[in-house]
Design a protein around this ligand. Structure first.
Ligand code: HEM
Length: 439
């Protein structure tokens, strides 16, 4: 059955077009009153249909030459999502997702490799650290938002993101570009090497291929991961330069910036302009297995019906903090707080975000079988978001194909250039689901 675009919140699909975004984290202090308020508030939420209209308008104006590359249109969009704790207050206890019920703190800190001391207090809760305090989050794009506090809700804190120049993330790569197309919603791509389209139930609850046991009211919703990921940019530049200097220095003793850029792109898995290493391999790599180390990519760029799309996610993150200045780069020390407010949607947290972080990025043996090309050497961790336990030097490595001969690997020690500072899992309900929540 076709998906009802008026029932799905717009950030899940197609996306909310944004230049800035504020995430307001709130606590429900009076459930009965909140239900009344939410019922009225839902008319302000942006549906997939509304978001499509904004995107079409942008595209129309661009085609007509009314909108230059740096011009923006005046559009506001709002989405709302509830944590497991918030839904419990609305008497919706079981979403059919154990990771959601557990909450991100338990999953990623208590049972994971996020470090307790690095998580910001507001994500941990006030009294009991096992329980995150925020009950729901409202995402407002391009905010001109004034809201009178109501006794049904207490505003806890906000996180603000702003799109950087050239739509890059802070390390300088174009980001949130490679998104799986969703069958039944997106038109098939004519691009030869676009990621393969995935079945809608991988992102949207109750749609084709969602195999989990979710309650009926959750249909057309999606689980949203919010994760504050600090990026240490000057430190990362220093680390990459020191690590690859021996390979990237010519006979005259000069550092070859092109070589350095190629090796750092192997760490990210993409060239800076987002072209994948599969699409445009380095001259040496054509004869070899692709030299990408990105571990959150487990597809082969060919559409086929047997594709295992179980672990696909759509990403909707936005950077926070100022762009890195030359003085910071030269000093090698971050002087400003910056990073990515990572956001992803999926219908199953265990298969989606959690799998990518814990089973792919944090596992030195993923992708399985890659060691065959390299005499048994394992790929190691994801150099950007891979995590290891404090003091575990044995697992802190990645094997990077050498520049002069990618059949040979260089084992490098990783630096913690992305720090998980907190987050939570939320459920972005459909409009019909919100009606149910308000009963
Ligand atoms: C600060 C943290 C992060 C940074 C700087 C970052 C950066 C990037 C960049 C530059 C790309 C390539 C451009 C694109 O395809 O959009 C990318 C792709 C991707 N990232 Fe991240 N990322 C971060 C965190 C994460 C996390 C936490 C996950 C999931 C656990 C993740 C999953 C993905 C996926 C699935 C892709 C697409 C892979 C593909 O289609 O080839 N990223 N990321």
């Amino acid at each position: 059955m076709a998906l009802d675009q008026k029932n799905i919140q717009g950030d899940i699909w197609p996306r909310l077009p944004k230049k800035s975004e504020i995430f307001l984290f709130c606590e429900i202090t009076n459930s009965a009153k909140f239900k009344e308020k939410l019922s009225g508030f839902s008319k302000h939420l942006t549906s997939a249909h509304d978001a499509q209209q904004i995107l079409s308008e942008i595209s129309r104006r661009k085609t007509n030459g009314e909108l230059g590359p740096d011009d923006i249109i005046d559009a506001m969009a709002v989405n709302l999502a509830c944590s497991a704790k918030g839904l419990k207050k609305l008497e919706k206890e079981d979403q059919g997702d154990d990771v959601f019920r557990k909450g991100m703190y338990n999953d990623m800190v208590v049972e994971g490799l996020d470090r307790e001391a690095e998580w910001h207090g507001e994500f941990k809760g006030r009294v009991v650290t096992e329980e995150a305090v925020q009950d729901f989050v409202i995402k407002v794009l391009n905010p001109t938002f004034k809201n009178a506090p109501d006794r049904s809700v207490k505003y806890m804190f906000a996180q603000t993101g702003v799109v950087l120049q050239h739509e890059c993330e802070h390390f300088g790569w174009a980001d949130v570009v490679s998104q799986p197309l969703i069958k039944g919603l997106d038109k098939p791509s004519s691009e030869k090497l676009a990621p393969p389209p995935v079945k809608p139930g991988i992102m949207i609850v109750g749609a084709e291929a969602d195999t989990a046991n979710h309650p009926a009211w959750a249909k057309d919703g999606s689980f949203m991961v919010f994760r504050r990921s600090k990026q240490l940019v000057p430190e990362s530049i220093q680390w990459v330069t020191e690590t690859f200097k021996p390979q990237a220095t010519n006979e005259k003793g000069e550092l070859m910036m092109g070589a350095l850029s190629c090796l750092s792109s192997r760490l990210m898995g993409r060239w800076r302009d987002v072209v994948s290493l599969e699409q445009k391999p380095h001259a040496y790599d054509v004869m070899n297995d692709v030299a990408t180390l990105m571990k959150s990519n487990d597809f082969d760029f060919k559409d086929n019906d047997d594709l295992d799309d179980t672990h696909a996610i759509v990403r909707r993150g936005i950077p926070y903090g100022p762009q890195t200045q030359r003085t910071e780069t030269l000093s090698g020390i971050s002087m400003h707080d910056r990073g990515l407010l990572f956001v992803s949607y999926q219908s199953n947290l265990r298969h989606g975000f959690r799998y990518m972080q814990k089973e792919w990025s944090n596992k030195f043996s993923h992708p399985a079988g890659k060691d065959k090309n390299y005499g048994g050497a394992q790929p190691g961790l994801d150099p950007i978001i891979g995590q290891w336990a404090e003091g575990d030097e044995e697992n802190n490595y990645a094997n990077v194909p050498r520049l002069d001969d990618p059949r040979k690997l260089e084992k490098i020690k990783l630096e913690r250039i992305v720090i998980a500072e907190g987050g939570e899992c939320f459920f972005t309900s459909s409009f019909s689901g919100i009606k149910d929540l308000c009963k």
